[in-house]
Each structure stands twice: as C-alpha cells, then as structure tokens.
Design a protein around this ligand. Structure first.
Ligand code: ZN
Ligand code: ZN
Length: 447
C-alpha cells in the first residue's frame, strides 16, 4: 500500500516536472518581440471619424472596435473642435436623439459593466454615460503593430457662414478655429496655428482640408492660393459633401487638378496630395454616414503616429475606396510611374494617368447657374487641365513622362461596384499622388 502510494506520488511528481519543463521555455520566451529593423509595409487607416464626443452616434471604443475588426490598422477620431480628453458625461436622452437606440446596450454587451460607467436612473430620465477620453480607452483597443489610435480634431471654422473644416492628425493640444475675412485668410491662419504647434511640440502634425465642396465653401483657386495647405480629401464618404459636384459646379477630382495646375504653373508651389476618408457619423447600420467607404494606405516601417504622419508628408500613401495597390513608385531617373494592383475576385482594372500639359491655357471663366447668374465657385477651365494622358487595362500599369506634363497622377477604377456607395454608380477606386512635377528654382520673388 505504501509502495503503491509512493509510486503514485512519484508519477505525479514526474508529470509535474515534465509539464513544468514543457511550459517553462514558453513562459521565458518574449511573447511578441519588437522587430529590430522593421520592413516597409502598407497600413490602412481612416483619418476622419466622428463619435459622441461631437456629432457622431456611438461611443469611441465601439467605433475603434469597428475599424479594428474591419481590416484597419489605424484610426483618428476627429471630433469637431474637441479632443476626447478629461471627464465628460452625456445624458442618455441626448445620446438617444442621435438615432442609435441600441448604442448603450451594445456598448455594455461588448465591453461589460465593469468598463462602461453610468450614473443616474433611466426610469427617472437622469441616466448619464461617461464618454471615455482617448488616453484612457486607447490602452484597451490598441495593439502594437496591429492597431493604433491617432489623436485628432476636426478644426471647424466658418467664413461668411460657409464651413472651413481642417482635420489635424497627431494634434497634441486642441487648436481653435481662428476665422478670417476671407476663406483664404482663415485657412492660412488655421494652418499657421498647426505649424506653430508642430514647432512647440516637436511632433509632426498632419493638416488636411476636408470636403471643400461641403456647402460649396472652398474653391480650387482658394486651395491653390494657400500653399501651406498640402493635403485635401479627394473622396469623402459623407453623402452631403457634393463630392462629384453638380451640373453647374466642379467635383473633387476636377478641383484637385485645377488647384495642382495653378500651383505648379502659376504659383511655383508644390501640388496637393489626395486623401480618401469616411467622415463617418452613424454606426447604427441604418443612417447614412457610415464607416468603411474611403481610407488611405500608408507605406511605413512603424505603426506609430509620428511614423505614419512622416510617411504621408513624404507622399508615400494613396487613397482608396476599395482598390488595393501592392506597389506604387515613381522613378525620377527614368521619369516612370508604375503601380501593381492586388487582384480581387473577377475584377477588371482600368488605370488612367491624369495630368496637365505644360502649354494648357490657365484662364478660368465664371460658372453660371441655370438662369445664367454667376456662381461663387471654382471657375471653368480648359479640358486640357486634368486630362487623361494614357489608359491602361490590367493588374499593372506604367507611364513614362514625356516632358510634356506638368505632373502625372494615376487613378485606378475597378469593374466592381462599391459595396456601400456614397455616390450614384460608384465603383471601387484608388488614387495615387501627383509625381513628375518640378518647381522653378530661379524664380525671383514677386514684388
Ligand atoms: Zn466637416
Ligand atoms: Zn467631419
């Protein structure tokens, strides 16, 4: 009996030893080593999103969770003139008015009653929910190399009742809109404030102009003239921002080409780079301003706000509403732009290389409405501005500049429809940045 007991004891001890020996190396190993010299890779993200902190209709963690689980690696919540910081409670009756009656139920179901903070009583109509600040909830949703939150705001300015909205990614402290007598003055003042914060904080900030056609507020000539503005939304997924223009006014693609042409040819200034964003407000699945319509792909080595912002500022990114590029590059020696498109089901791809010839006429004419009255909007220019230089079918496309072009950019259009379009007949697309442009170095300063 004693012998049997000892044998059992011995077997138990041996089993334990073996188990420990098996487990110990796994415990000792670093679970997720930091790559010493990370290679370049593409990161997908959306830089324009709204939450309950301003006029969105969901909690910030829920929105982050949506993007995290839908193939994104970074997200900037950009609420109007507010940073998600400090203590903030919101009444349930106000949240309910945003048309998302399930918001609290879903929030509780996803993150649990030990995370979600409420006070008051629903039956007494005194229920309030705490909106978590970014510096608190980011630790819950972020994962190194996998998902990152970028602090941001949508600086929301106005001139003569027209909106001027500028998103500021990697913002360190809230920047308030400064206004101005004209759209150009306000834009320049707001951008100077961004540059000032960059100097003071030592951090790279990214300012990009949002939806210029929202209320037809910002013209191509305005965008061209404020040369510190280097980034603009060529696609914004909000259905109310006149992305495609209308029968009397220019759409965003046309505005982008006009502004870039005026800059290079007349102002001796660098062209603007184009972004696609969601500008999402609604996460209830029913209302219109939904997430997932437009994003940017950034080629960087590290998934950090500074690394991403620097890559974007260097132009190493493209905008997309569904088309994925595995490579896009410009060889300055051979003056060749080339891109590779990731195959997708039975999609067929058409790449158009768009630019403006050096000898294009630059005079614009006032546009008029149906009754012939002049419109305060981007002027009408020669069709030579933003014309197609070449069209290529297939999964790779190359264009060699002849010297005739002021710049060249590529737009890839898939034969596949956008799964959640904001525009009629919208197909999936990708936009690359203007390349092949140069500025006169001997230009004498204007008097
Ligand atoms: Zn806006
Ligand atoms: Zn917005």
């Amino acid at each position: 009996m004693q012998f049997v007991f000892r044998r059992r004891w011995l077997r138990t001890a041996l089993t334990c030893l073996l188990a420990c020996a098996f487990v110990r190396p796994a415990l000792a190993a670093e679970p997720d080593p930091i790559t010493a010299d990370a290679p370049l890779r593409w990161y997908r993200g959306n830089l324009h999103t709204h939450s309950l902190w301003s006029d969105g209709n969901d909690f910030p963690e829920m929105i982050a969770e949506w993007y995290r689980t839908h193939g994104y690696q970074f997200l900037a919540l950009s609420d109007h003139n507010v940073l998600s910081a400090g203590e903030r409670w919101m009444s349930w009756s106000r949240i309910e008015k945003r048309g998302h009656p399930e918001a609290l139920k879903k929030y509780l179901a996803r993150f649990g009653e030990h995370w979600v903070e409420t006070r008051g009583d629903r039956t007494q109509d005194t229920l309030e929910v705490r909106l978590k600040p970014l510096d608190e909830f980011r630790h819950l949703v972020e994962e190194r190399g996998q998902f990152l939150m970028i602090p941001s705001e949508e600086l929301s300015d106005a001139v003569d009742g027209k909106p001027l909205h500028i998103n500021i990614a990697n913002v360190q402290e809230l920047i308030q809109p400064l206004g101005g007598a004209t759209m150009r003055e306000a834009m320049a003042a707001d951008l100077r404030a961004v540059e000032e914060q960059e100097r003071q904080s030592g951090k790279p900030l990214l300012a990009h102009l949002n939806h210029p056609n929202f209320y037809w507020a910002v013209t191509a000539e305005d965008i061209a003239a404020v040369i510190n503005e280097r980034f603009v939304e060529v696609y914004n997924g909000h259905t109310g921002v006149n992305n495609d223009g209308d029968e009397h006014r220019a759409g965003m693609e046309e505005i982008w080409d006009i502004a870039n042409t005026l800059r290079i040819a007349e102002l001796n200034a660098a062209p603007l780079m184009g972004l696609a964003t969601d500008d999402s407000h609604h996460y209830d699945g029913a209302q219109e301003q939904r997430p997932g319509r437009g994003w940017i792909m950034v080629r960087a080595r590290h998934l950090t706000p500074d690394s991403l912002v620097r890559a974007i500022k260097a132009g190493d990114f493209y905008a997309s509403t569904g088309v994925t590029l595995t490579d896009v590059r410009y060889d300055a020696t051979s003056r060749t732009v080339s891109l590779e498109i990731e195959p997708q089901a039975d999609a067929e791809f058409t790449t158009r290389f768009i630019g403006t010839p050096r000898n294009a006429p630059l005079e614009g004419k006032d546009r008029t409405d149906g009754a012939g009255a002049a419109l305060d909007t981007t002027k009408k220019y020669s069709p030579e501005i933003g014309r197609t230089f070449a069209e290529v079918k297939g999964a790779s496309a190359t264009y060699q500049l002849t010297g005739e072009e002021l710049y060249i950019r590529a737009i890839v259009t898939s034969s596949l429809a956008h799964p959640d379009p904001s525009l009629a007949g919208q197909l999936q697309q990708a936009w690359t940045q203007p390349v092949g442009w140069s500025l006169k170095t001997d230009a004498t300063p204007s008097q």
